[in-house]
Design a protein around this ligand. Structure first.
Ligand SMILES: NC(=O)c1ccc[n+]([C@@H]2O[C@H](COP(=O)([O-])OP(=O)(O)OC[C@H]3O[C@@H](n4cnc5c(N)ncnc54)[C@H](O)[C@@H]3O)[C@@H](O)[C@H]2O)c1
Ligand SMILES: O=C(O)C(=O)C[C@]1(C(=O)O)C=C[C@@H](O)C=C1
Length: 367
């Protein structure tokens, strides 16, 4: 075990989560820097970092590994600042940006011999932002993409992996272009669609002001990510604009094709379209958190009465079962609602199903 000094620049959701995961291991010394001084204070007070800094260069000079976890435009600017530092030892620099092309372009221009840059992107996150939302286990079983730059010295990727292994992620090396195309399809474009669905509902609310009350499980599931940080996503869309623009054109054509089924009641073609989508969606990897995070979910019907939620939680707590997340779906006053309980393992998911069925609850696992 080699104890290294790791600087995390940008202590938000992602930087804070990486800091927590690495600090838990007690293996390394963690420095933190953020433009927002209260964030650094929060990280220190809550034991997320060992030392806090207000000047980036001062912290960078002390580090063996620098993790840039700020928004993409800021990450590129921090990278350019590193170029000017006269490091007295070799340093590995990585980032966490959701788009890799522009960051790698900036990294490949670096002429500082001491810097080995390896692009990084943990494929997990949340619609929440800031250090308060950070979690040590955010990246557990998630895919962590690495994109080494032209000037990355031998052995450095292995050192970086050794430090990041505390996030419990799974590494994959991709080139920036394939990364940006795939994340465009699987992450960035879906985000745009989620926001557009919400915009559509907002327009229709002018006609039917009761409409938001009908927003049940389906609408909420498909639009959760529309609640994310708008500035962060504008930055992502901007940096992956070419891929997004192409996907948007493809989507518009596809929707015209679908409109043909609907307008002309081409029933069989519509069913085939839906069947193919269902088959592909059902076949996505479900045992791991990946590009599409999956949890071990259990759905429980409950009535909206005082104590209904507490009773379910208590039943499971009595059997020492930890619940990862609880969400109440489509519950309205006096009417049956649905609880979605997420578990860490398939075993606890199944055990919870048995317990709840045994106590007369209507519960099910939907694959
Ligand atoms: N949110 C996600 O789901 C997610 C997932 C994977 C990767 N990412 C990437 O992670 C990066 C950070 O996103 P986040 O969700 O943690 O955002 P966040 O808003 O939670 O945190 C960003 C942090 O960076 C700080 N910051 C801004 N400019 C800075 C600068 N110049 N120097 C130092 N700190 C600065 C902010 O004060 C804030 O604390 C982005 O590049 C994003 O593309 C996000
Ligand atoms: O779970 C979410 O809220 C996310 O949006 C996470 C998500 C994703 O699209 O899966 C978003 C952006 C990141 O770059 C990586 C992961």
């Amino acid at each position: 075990m080699v104890k290294r000094t790791i600087l995390i620049a940008g202590l938000g959701l992602i930087g804070g989560s990486i800091a927590k995961a690495i600090k838990q291991s007690n293996e390394h010394h963690i420095l933190g820097y953020d433009v927002n001084e209260p964030t650094v204070q929060y990280a220190l007070t809550n034991g997320i970092i060992h030392e806090g800094y207000q000047r980036f260069s001062e912290a960078a000079e002390k580090a063996d590994i620098i993790i840039l976890a700020a928004p993409i435009s800021e990450t590129i600017s921090l990278l350019q600042q590193l170029q000017q530092i006269a490091f007295t030892k070799d340093v590995i620099v990585t980032d966490v940006s959701s788009v890799k092309g522009p960051v790698m372009e900036a990294a490949n221009k670096i002429e500082n011999e001491r810097i080995s840059f390896i692009g990084g992107h943990p494929m997990a996150g949340s619609h929440k932002m800031g250090i308060e939302a950070s979690k040590a286990h955010l990246f557990e079983n998630a895919i962590y993409v690495l994109t080494p730059s032209h000037r990355c010295k031998e052995g450095k990727v292995e050192i970086l992996k050794d430090v990041l292994k505390h996030t419990k992620c799974k590494f994959v090396v991709l080139n920036p272009t394939e990364h940006d195309e795939m994340t465009g399809v699987i992450s960035h474009f879906p985000h745009l669609i989620a926001s557009s669905l919400v915009q559509q509902a907002k327009k229709w609310e002018k006609k039917h002001n009761y409409l938001p009350n009908l927003a049940a499980g389906g609408f909420r599931d498909i639009t959760r990510i529309a609640s994310s940080n708008p500035k962060l996503w504008q930055d992502i869309f901007y940096h992956n604009r070419e891929k997004l623009s192409a996907l948007l054109s493809e989507w518009i054509d596809e929707m015209k094709y679908v409109k043909g089924f609907i307008d002309n009641n081409r029933k069989e073609e519509m069913i085939t379209y839906l069947e193919q989508a269902k088959k592909y969606r059902d076949g996505l990897p479900t045992k791991e958190k990946g590009a599409i995070p999956s949890f071990y979910d259990l759905y429980v019907d409950i009535r909206d009465q005082p104590g209904a939620l507490a009773s379910v939680v208590l039943l499971l707590a009595n059997k020492n079962i930890s619940i990862k997340n609880i969400e109440i779906l489509e519950i309205r006053e006096g009417i049956t609602g649905v609880l979605r309980l997420s578990f860490y393992t398939e075993e606890t998911q199944k055990a919870s199903l048995d317990i709840l069925l045994h106590h007369g609850y209507e519960a099910k696992i939907i694959q």
